[in-house]
Design a protein around this ligand. Structure first.
Ligand code: SF4
Length: 412
C-alpha cells in the first residue's frame, strides 16, 4: 500500500491517558492476579470496556505531511511535493469549529511534524478559545528545543505533548530518525518541558514519550525506561509495536516477531510495576501473544494495555494527492487508500478532508485476523494484527484463546 496508509498514521498519537498521578497511585499497589477466566471481554462500541478511559471524545487533525525528521519507519514515507503543503488557516478554524460543535473536547495536532506548521500556535490558541479542554500535540520535539517557541506553544494553551523518541542513546536515536544530532536536540526539549511542568504546572494532561518498538530497539526497552524516567524525569511512556508500512514497508529487519518482543515487554511491565511506578502503556499487541498472567488480569490490562486507556479518537486528514472519492463509492487504485476499499472512511468532498474513527479504522481496515481468530474467544475484544506483519511473518504462530473450558460430555 502506498502512503495511504497515511490515513492510519493519525494516532501515533496524543491519546492514552489517565493522569500520571492517578496511575502512579494505582501502580504503587500491585494488582493481585485475577483467577483464570477473568478476562475483559466486553467491547460495547469499538473499544474494550474500561473504567479508566478518559471519557472526552478526541479528534486528531493532520496539519500536513512535511517533517524535519526521516524516521526509518515513518508511515508517510517520502512526501510528494503536493503533500508538503500545510492546512490553510481558514480550513483549520472550520475543522476545529466543526468537531467542537459535534461534542469533541479533546483535540490533537499531528503531521508530518506539527511544530513546523506556521499556524500551530494559533491553532492551539483557537482550540482553547472554542472550549477544547485537552489540546495536545504529537511531535518529534526537535523544534521544541527552541525555548522561545516552546514558551509560545505553552502560552497558547497546550495541555499535553507526546514526543516521538525511540532510543536512549545518540547512536540509536539518530540512526532511527536519520538526523545527526537529533538525540541531543530532543533531550534538550524534554528537559525544558519537564522543567516547565515541575515549576509552572505546564502540560496538565501530561508529557509522554512515544516509542515505536521495532527490530532495532526492543532489546533496549528496560534501558530506555531507565533513561526516560530517571535521567529525563518523564513520568509517562507509551510503546507501540511497529506498523510496517511507509518507509518500513514489509521490512522484516525492522519488524520483529511478537514472540521475540513479548519477553522484553513483560520485563518492562514488571519494572513499571515494581520499580519505576510511573505511567507505562503498550499498544499494537494482539491478546494471544501476551502471557496468561497478563491477559487474564483485568487490573493489569487496564493499567498497561493502551487499548483499554486510549480515548475514542476521530481523525481528520487530507487525502493523498488531493484525489477525492465520494462517500460510499469504490476506491480506485492510486487514491489515498490504494486498492483497499474501506467501510469506515468518510470522504468530505466539500471540505476536502478524509474522516474516520481510529479504532474502527484499525480493526476493520488496517489489521487482519489470523486463521486462529475463527475459534478464539477474544475475537470481539482483540483488534487483530497489522496486515503487513501477517504478510511478512504469516499467521502460523497465533493460537486461539479459550476462556471457558468445554462442557463435560454427558453419558450417552
Ligand atoms: S482474536 Fe486472533 S489475534 Fe486476537 S487474540 Fe484471538 S487469535 Fe489472537
Amino acid at each position: 500500500m502506498p502512503r495511504a496508509a497515511a490515513a492510519g498514521n493519525a494516532p501515533r498519537a496524543t491519546g492514552a491517558t489517565v493522569s500520571n498521578r492517578q496511575h502512579s497511585r494505582r501502580a504503587a499497589t500491585a494488582a493481585s492476579p485475577a483467577p483464570e477466566g477473568q478476562l475483559i471481554l466486553q467491547r460495547p462500541h469499538n473499544q474494550p470496556a474500561s473504567t479508566v478511559r478518559d471519557p472526552r471524545k478526541n479528534v486528531e487533525i493532520n496539519v500536513g505531511k512535511a517533517c524535519n525528521n526521516r524516521c526509518v519507519f515513518c508511515l508517510d514515507g517520502l512526501p510528494k511535493r503536493e503533500d508538503r503543503s500545510y492546512m490553510p488557516w481558514p480550513k483549520m478554524q472550520a475543522e476545529l469549529e466543526r468537531w467542537y460543535a459535534e461534542g469533541y473536547r479533546s483535540v490533537g495536532f499531528l503531521g508530518g511534524e506539527p511544530t513546523t506548521y506556521p499556524k500551530i500556535c494559533d491553532s492551539v490558541a483557537y482550540a482553547r478559545e472554542l472550549g477544547f479542554t485537552r489540546v495536545a500535540i504529537a511531535t518529534n520535539a526537535t523544534k521544541l528545543r527552541l525555548e522561545h517557541f516552546t514558551d509560545r506553544l505553552l502560552a497558547a494553551g497546550l495541555t499535553r505533548a507526546t514526543i516521538s523518541m525511540h532510543g536512549h542513546t545518540a547512536a540509536l536515536e539518530d540512526r532511527l530518525t536519520r538526523v545527526p544530532g537529533n538525540f541531543e536536540k530532543k533531550c534538550r526539549a524534554i528537559r525544558y518541558l519537564v522543567h516547565k511542568r515541575q515549576t509552572e504546572g505546564a502540560l496538565p494532561d501530561g508529557l509522554s514519550i512515544n516509542i515505536v518498538l521495532n527490530g532495532w530497539n526492543y532489546r533496549h526497552l528496560p534501558r530506555m525506561m531507565r533513561f526516560f524516567y530517571e535521567e529525563l524525569c518523564v513520568d509517562d511512556i507509551r510503546v507501540n509495536f511497529i506498523r510496517p508500512e511507509g518507509y518500513a514497508d514489509r521490512n522484516p529487519d525492522l519488524t520483529p516477531q511478537y514472540h521475540k518482543v513479548v519477553p522484553w515487554l513483560v520485563k518492562a511491565i514488571v519494572l513499571a510495576e515494581t520499580h519505576f511506578q510511573r505511567v507505562f502503556t503498550f499498544g499494537g499487541f494482539p491478546m494471544c501473544v501476551l502471557p496468561k498472567s497478563l491477559r487474564n488480569n483485568a487490573a493489569l490490562l487496564s493499567r498497561y494495555m493502551g487499548e483499554y486507556r486510549d480515548l475514542s479518537t476521530a481523525c481528520s486528514i487530507r487525502p493523498d494527492g488531493g484525489h477525492f472519492v465520494p462517500a460510499g463509492a469504490t476506491l480506485e487504485p492510486e487514491t489515498w487508500a490504494g486498492t483497499e476499499a474501506s467501510s469506515v472512511v468518510f470522504m468530505d468532498e466539500t471540505e476536502q478532508r478524509v474522516r474516520f474513527n481510529w479504532q474502527d479504522r484499525k480493526q476493520l481496515d488496517l489489521k487482519g485476523k489470523p486463521r486462529a481468530c475463527a475459534s478464539c474467544d477474544l475475537v470481539q475484544v482483540c483488534e487483530g494484527v497489522w496486515k503487513p506483519y501477517l504478510e511478512i511473518w504469516g499467521d502460523g504462530r497465533f493460537r486461539p484463546v479459550r476462556v471457558r473450558a468445554p462442557a463435560p460430555m454427558s453419558e450417552p
